[in-house]
Each structure stands twice: as C-alpha cells, then as structure tokens.
Design a protein around this ligand. Structure first.
Ligand SMILES: NC(=O)c1ccc[n+]([C@@H]2O[C@H](COP(=O)([O-])OP(=O)(O)OC[C@H]3O[C@@H](n4cnc5c(N)ncnc54)[C@H](OP(=O)(O)O)[C@@H]3O)[C@@H](O)[C@H]2O)c1
Length: 430
C-alpha cells in the first residue's frame, strides 16, 4: 500500500466538520478505494476551545493558517474557511507555493482569484480542486471537466443558490411576502444572518462564472455576470406565472451569444412542465447542453454539511489517487480572455407587471410605447383596483430584444399614470 495521504483541514465549521466526519467514519472504505489511508494530520480554526461535537484530541492543532500552509506533515490542504480574500486566500496561495495540493469549498475565492491560483498550481503540477464550491453535493465540476469533456458546450442553466430557491418556493406555496419568508429562512438556518449574497444573486454569479470558465474555455469573469436578485418578486407574481403556465426560479445562465458569452443571473419564468421548474426548496439543479451529448440534467442538495463535505472528500480522493486535471479543464495558459456578448441583443419573451391608475387611455398609451419598439404582446391582463385607485396590468410579450424592452419600459415608467416600480421577469423556454 502507498503511504498515507496527509490532510490539513482549515476551517472546522459546517463543511470542515462534515469533511472530518466523512474522512474518519469512512476511513476503511476510503483507504480501500484509494489504495492508501487518508489521514487528517492537522487542523486549524479560530477558536481551539470550541466544542465541535467531534473528538480532535489526536489531531495536531495548527496555530494559524500560515503555519498550516508550511506544515511539513501535510500533503493536501482542504480550505473551508470562506471569503474571497484574507486568510483563505493567503492560505491557498501559500499552500501552493509550499508544494501542497489544495481542495476548497470557497466559490468567492475561486471566482475572484481562481486564475491566479490556477497558474500557481499548474506551474507546479499541483491540484487545485473546488467541486464543493458549486452546487454542493452535485458533481457538476467533474461532469463538465471529465464526463462532458468531449463536447462543445452551448449553454449552462443552473439553480445554484438553495437559499433563494427556498424563499421562492415558500413564497409560491404560501403567498407570503419576500421579507416574511426571508425572516423565516434565517430562523430555520437556511439563510445567513447577512443574506445579501444569496438574495441579490452574487453567490449564484460566483458559481456561474466558475462553470462558464470550465465549459467555454475562457478566463473566469465574475465581474461580467449581469445580476438581478429576487427582492422585487411579489406573491402576486407567482399567481400570474401559474396562469401563464410557469414557475419562478432564480436562474444562472451562461450561453453563447452574439460576439461572445452571456452570463446572467435573474429571476425567470420557467415552463411548469420542465424538470427545472420542479426543483424546490434548498435543492440545486444544473442543465448542460453539449453538441454531442445533447441536454444533461443534474439535481441534488446544493449545500449543507453532508453534501458539501461529500464533494470536498471527492476532490481529496482524486489527490490520493494521483489524478491530476488542469484546474479549469483547459490549461490556464490556453484559457481565452473572456469575450462578453452584447446583452442588448439577447432575445426572449418578457413578463411585465405594472401598477397604473385606472384612467381611460392608459392602456392605449402603454400599447403605443411597446409598438414603437416593435414589441408585440402575447397577452395582457388587467386586474382589480386597490384602495388608491391603481390596477395591476400584466403583459406577456412575444419574443423581442433586451434593448427594445428596456427602451419601452423607460417610456412606460415615465407616464404620469404609471406607478413605480414595474416588475419585469424574463421568460425562458427550454
Ligand atoms: N455551509 C454550506 O452549506 C456550504 C456549501 C457550499 C460551500 N460552502 C463554502 O464552504 C466554506 C465554509 O463554509 P461553512 O459553512 O463551513 O462556514 P462556517 O460554518 O462559518 O465555518 C468557517 C470555519 O472557518 C474558521 N475560520 C474563520 N476564519 C478563520 C481564520 N482566519 N483562520 C482559521 N480558521 C478560520 C472558523 O473557525 P471557528 O469555528 O473557530 O470560528 C470556522 O470553523 C465557505 O467558503 C462556504 O462558502 C459552504
């Protein structure tokens, strides 16, 4: 048998402890599968005295991540601290510089510094792996990098944030407000105390930019993701979505567009009869379309102790077996600079909900402004009058461009009888 793989765990929170548990509870199984033991030799976190519900007495405590990065008795470091910068970044950079393989669950780090870190890893023939960083327990990185490696990918569509999916699913089922459901999600531990990155789309954008780099062979471009969150969705939007035959999901989409790649995260009407529409609660899902394979669909738990640790350990197993992959599938020196497609030219159907004063001629004015931009309507619904004399006007357009919708909406919102803000949701047909 080969000598043991010596593992250093940085971060002993949800993911770190989950990883420790799998490595110790499945020690015999993993040793058999890898042909060598997988031993945790050192750990690091902030508070040594904290009770973490596991027995760490036989494991050396590294006083800092800097000590861990230089530890001569560690072959691979699993970084499970979090954050794009600070100690997580220092640890990963220093570990690679000290000839250690790195496995991480940190999407913010890879979305921000992935190319720099990949360069360091590949220059030394070291592993930098991050299966746990995208879609938790779903092996989507491995699928893209290995199982689908023969394909030219044309589109990736994902539900990549469990918190926002839980909120949308609960709002739809209960017709309660966004604020109310978010507060409940925080109480249940599905949303963090600061949920900003989950609800404004940033977390999904981090993950999308990583998937896009692997799929399209271009450098990670998190700053080129067009991002809209779920804060503007009202309970009534779910009712209208159902009337039109859709459900609302926060989709992360990377696809070939005019002149490059389009990366976007936004709430989306998804046809109710498609698999993506059935992904509920904290689950994640990813659809990948490749030229040879066609459409493939992946679904599973996108976060939590077990699923995320399962992905971390999968990467550790690859290191133990000596399997080496270029970090983003294409060797880092061959990744193309990211070419952004023109979002204005993107085409699709749009749902628009307006609050307007119930006065004669308003609908005619709205119709004229849409017609001026060549936007034709598939459907128009006018509902009830509220205490202020406002009615909801709901429009479903035929296929048109982002540019036309943006221009028409800016004209419509400037009308005296239209109250701000309107709610526009893109429609995706699969
Ligand atoms: N939770 C999930 O479901 C999930 C899913 C996918 C990916 N991830 C990613 O996994 C990573 C970890 O998430 P988590 O949920 O496990 O976080 P967490 O529960 O907050 O744990 C973070 C751990 O990092 C330690 N830590 C913080 N700063 C440190 C420092 N400067 N030096 C050493 N240790 C430090 C903390 O130490 P103390 O315990 O002593 O405070 C804690 O043990 C993040 O990148 C996250 O985005 C998490």
């Amino acid at each position: 048998m080969k000598p043991p793989l010596r593992i250093g765990l940085a971060g002993l929170g949800t993911v770190g402890i989950g990883t420790y548990k799998i490595l110790t509870e499945h020690a015999d199984l993993l040793s058999e599968r890898c042909g060598r033991p997988l031993n945790v030799t050192a750990v690091s976190a902030r508070d040594k005295a904290k009770d973490r519900g596991v027995d760490l007495r036989d494991v050396r405590w590294a006083e800092s991540v800097h000590a861990l990065a230089r530890d001569p008795e560690v072959d691979v470091i699993a970084e499970m601290i979090g954050g794009a910068d600070g100690d997580a970044f220092d640890l990963v950079r220093d570990a690679l510089d000290n000839d250690k393989h790195v496995v991480t669950a940190n999407k913010a780090l890879i979305a921000t510094h992935g190319i720099d870190l990949a360069r360091r890893a590949e220059a030394k023939g070291l592993t930098l792996a991050f299966e746990a960083a995208v879609a938790g327990g779903i092996p989507i990185i491995k699928s893209l990098r290995e199982g689908l490696g023969a394909n030219k990918v044309s589109r990736i569509v994902g539900i990549l944030n469990g918190t926002s999916n839980y909120i949308l699913t609960t709002m739809e089922a209960t017709r309660r407000s966004f604020e109310d459901v978010l507060a409940e999600a925080q109480q249940l531990g599905y949303a963090e105390a600061d949920p900003t990155f989950d609800i404004d789309g940033t977390d999904a954008a981090h993950k999308l930019s990583i998937l896009a780099s692997i799929a399209f062979g271009s450098e990670v471009a998190f700053d080129k993701v067009r991002c809209e969150g779920i804060q503007k969705i009202s309970p009534v939007d779910f009712q209208y979505a159902a009337e039109f035959g859709y459900r609302i999901k926060l989709l992360a989409i990377a696809e070939e567009g005019i002149g490059g790649i389009l990366q976007s995260v936004h709430p989306t009407f998804v046809p109710a009869e498609t698999p993506m529409a059935d992904v509920d609660g904290v689950y994640n899902a990813v659809v990948v379309e490749g030229d040879a394979v066609g459409r493939t669909v992946y679904e599973g738990r996108g976060a939590g102790e077990g699923p995320t640790a399962s992905a971390v350990v999968a990467d550790v197993i690859d290191v133990a077996r000596g399997l080496y992959q270029p970090v983003f599938q294409t060797p880092v020196g061959k990744l193309r600079p990211f070419q952004q497609a023109n979002f204005d030219e993107r085409r699709g159907k749009f749902y628009i909900r307006l609050a307007v004063m119930d006065r004669p001629g308003v609908i005619a004015q709205i119709s004229r402004l849409l017609a001026d931009e060549n936007v034709s309507l598939e459907s128009i619904i006018q509902k009830g009058t509220d205490a202020n004399g406002a009615v909801s006007v709901v429009l479903m357009t035929h296929e048109t461009s982002e540019k036309s919708i943006a221009r028409a909406l800016s004209g419509i919102e400037a009308l005296d009888d239209v109250m701000q803000p309107s709610c526009m949701i893109r429609v995706m047909e699969f």
